[in-house]
Every structure is written in structure tokens, then in C-alpha cells.
Write a protein that binds this ligand. Structure first.
Ligand code: PRP
Ligand code: MN
Ligand code: MG
Length: 184
């Protein structure tokens, strides 16, 4: 694998502040509703864990496991579902929780999939909105941090399954490996 280094994009304190802001917004909008948060594994588990500890509205938590990136830094565009939702969603207010919306392919797939369960409403909450990179136009109802460009890791996000445990968000900066090939 090509050598790279990690450069901080968003500090731990900034991430924590944005998570608190999102929780406040969700508390306001979902008061008195029957909320189900659906985290998209694996990336969303860190954000979801912090989000629910900042929320005051009662929520049920569920997960699906989807993957499209594998070990690559670019989406394959092909989604694999390896664990489906287990909660009953009919007539309930569903909020999809993602670590990042990039091309939008994952959220687009999720929205179509979950609509078949007949929820009363369905919205999208993401910590990071990489808004310039859409291949599918998807609604993002709650976004903590809007970033452009770069492949980012940390706080649940991986590069070839590494770096999910970092407390802030870091950009992967590929280095010239000395063999004469230019870094992308
Ligand atoms: C990442 C990320 C999002 C999705 C966003 O998941 O966690 O789920 O890609 O990209 P998109 O908007 O281009 O679809 P990944 O497929 O890497 O699986 P992981 O969560 O297990 O890392
Ligand atoms: Mn993911
Ligand atoms: Mg990934």
C-alpha cells in the first residue's frame, strides 16, 4: 500500500461540540415522537454512541451493516447488506445515522430500503457531509461538519479498517513512495 500520513482536519473538541449541536436540534425536532435511530455499521458506531449520550429524547437504537468501500479509498458503488434492521419501523419516526455522506450511494440505498417498512417519517443525520462529492442527490437533514475534498478517517471512519479509534477527524495524505510515481 502507498505510504501516507494523517493530517488533522477536525479536532476532538470540535467534533464533540458539533455532536452536541446535532443532539440539540434532534431533541427540538423529535420531542414527543416515537424515534428509531438506525446506525449504519461499521462507520457510524462511534458517532451514534456519542450522539445518544447527548440526546434527551428517548430513542430506540438499531443497526444495519452495509459496505461499499472495502479497502479502497473510493466507493465501489456496489452496496452489500450483511445485517438488516431488526426494529419494527411501521408508523415510526426513523432517523438514519451515518458517519459520512460522500457519493450518497449508501444513504440513497438505505432510504429506498427503509421506506419499504412504512415508517411515518425518515430523515438522515450525518456527522460529516462531504457535500461536493454526490453521485446520488440525497437529503441530508442534519449535518455536523461540512467538508470538501480529501479522504478522511477517525471517529469511526476507516481506511482499510484502520484508524476508526482516532478521536478527531484526519485527512489521509498520500506520500510519494520514492519510486517515481506521483501521489494522487
Ligand atoms: C462508508 C461510510 C458511509 C459510506 C459513505 O462506509 O461509513 O457508510 O461509506 O459513502 P457514500 O456516500 O459514498 O456511499 P464503508 O462502505 O466504508 O463501510 P464501513 O462503514 O464499514 O467503513
Ligand atoms: Mn459506513
Ligand atoms: Mg469504510
Amino acid at each position: 500500500m502507498q505510504a501516507y500520513r494523517l493530517v488533522e482536519r477536525v479536532s476532538e473538541a470540535e467534533v464533540a461540540a458539533r455532536v452536541r449541536d446535532l443532539a440539540e436540534e434532534i431533541d427540538r425536532d423529535y420531542e414527543g415522537k416515537d424515534v428509531v435511530l438506525i446506525g449504519v455499521l461499521k462507520g457510524a458506531f462511534v458517532f451514534l454512541a456519542d450522539l445518544i449520550r447527548n440526546l434527551r429524547v428517548p430513542v430506540e437504537v438499531d443497526f444495519v451493516r452495509l459496505a461499499s468501500y472495502g479497502a479502497a479509498a473510493e466507493s465501489s458503488g456496489c452496496i452489500r447488506l450483511t445485517k438488516d434492521v431488526e426494529a419494527r419501523l411501521e408508523g415510526r419516526d426513523v432517523l438514519i445515522v451515518e458517519d459520512i455522506v460522500d457519493t450518497g450511494v449508501t444513504v440513497d440505498w438505505m432510504l429506498k430500503h427503509l421506506k419499504q417498512h412504512g415508517p411515518r417519517s425518515i430523515k438522515v443525520c450525518t456527522l460529516i457531509d462531504k457535500f461536493e462529492c454526490r453521485r446520488c442527490a440525497v437529503p441530508v437533514d442534519y449535518a455536523g461538519i461540512r467538508i470538501s475534498g480529501g479522504f478522511v478517517v477517525g471517529y469511526g471512519l476507516d481506511f482499510a479498517e484502520k484508524h476508526r479509534g482516532l478521536k478527531g477527524i484526519y485527512e489521509v495524505e498520500f506520500l510519494n513512495d520514492g519510486s517515481g510515481g506521483a501521489a494522487p
